[in-house]
Design a protein around this ligand. Structure first.
Ligand SMILES: Cc1cc2nc3c(=O)[nH]c(=O)nc-3n(C[C@H](O)[C@H](O)[C@H](O)COP(=O)(O)O)c2cc1C
Length: 203
């Protein structure tokens, strides 16, 4: 079967994307509004971009009514955000922060999470998370207007937090991090069923 995305409704395109782009890492993003209200939400259209400078991106899509979500509004207004990392132990709380709370409601308070002060940016990080990247906004790429349109948020990492139990000899081992990945629907995966493949030499 081959499909023309332009002939599909947006929701079916979305279903194909989340069904095939798997597993996805999760950026658990904290921001602060211009009025000083904390906000926290997960985003799985997320990846790193490069290490020089240390940069990453995630997509905060418009909601079903075509409105910008709080994370995008706050990141654009303040130029800052923090990417926290969600682990197996934090999966339920991470999911709880995705509820459509009204603007101005703090997911930290509503979901029983502790805001810890960041070093270089105003949004707090999640104290319970073992690692976080403090970021300055580089650019927002608005791909379109309207419901489900993507907004790529590009950030530069200006400070890194990592539990010393996790960061050993200059690296993090996935067996210590215990990240979770996002699948389709309400499904997630763990990183326990791992295997190793040495990088090949040129023939
Ligand atoms: C695991 C997970 C991943 C998500 N990934 C995305 C995503 O990549 N992009 C997006 O716009 N929404 C995503 N969502 C939905 C947002 O978290 C949700 O719309 C949230 O209410 C946005 O919060 P905000 O309005 O405070 O920014 C995801 C939800 C979950 C549970």
């Amino acid at each position: 079967m081959d499909l023309d995305p332009l002939a599909l409704p947006a929701r079916e395109r979305y279903a194909l994307m989340i069904g095939l782009i798997q597993p996805r890492p999760i950026a658990w993003v904290s921001t602060v509004s211009p009025q000083g209200e904390n906000n926290l939400a997960p985003f799985s259209f997320f990846t790193g971009i490069g290490a020089e400078p240390m940069s990453l991106c995630f997509s905060c899509a418009n909601d079903r009514n075509g409105r910008k979500k709080d994370t995008l509004l706050n990141a654009e207004a303040t130029g800052q955000f923090v990417v926290n990392f969600a682990t197996e132990a934090l999966a339920e709380k991470m999911n709880a922060t995705s509820a459509p709370f009204a603007r101005g409601v703090s997911e930290f308070e509503r979901c029983g999470l502790t805001p810890a002060p960041s070093v270089k940016v105003r949004p707090p990080r999640v104290a319970e998370s073992p690692a976080a990247f403090e970021c300055e906004l580089v650019q927002v790429v608005r791909l379109a207007e309207g419901p489900l349109a993507g907004n790529l948020i590009v950030g530069r990492v200006v400070r890194v937090h990592c539990d010393s139990a996790l960061y050993k000899d200059g690296r993090v081992d996935h067996r210590d991090l215990r990240a979770v990945g996002r699948l389709e629907g309400n499904w997630y995966c763990r990183t326990r069923d791992d295997f190793e493949l040495p990088r090949p030499e040129a023939a």
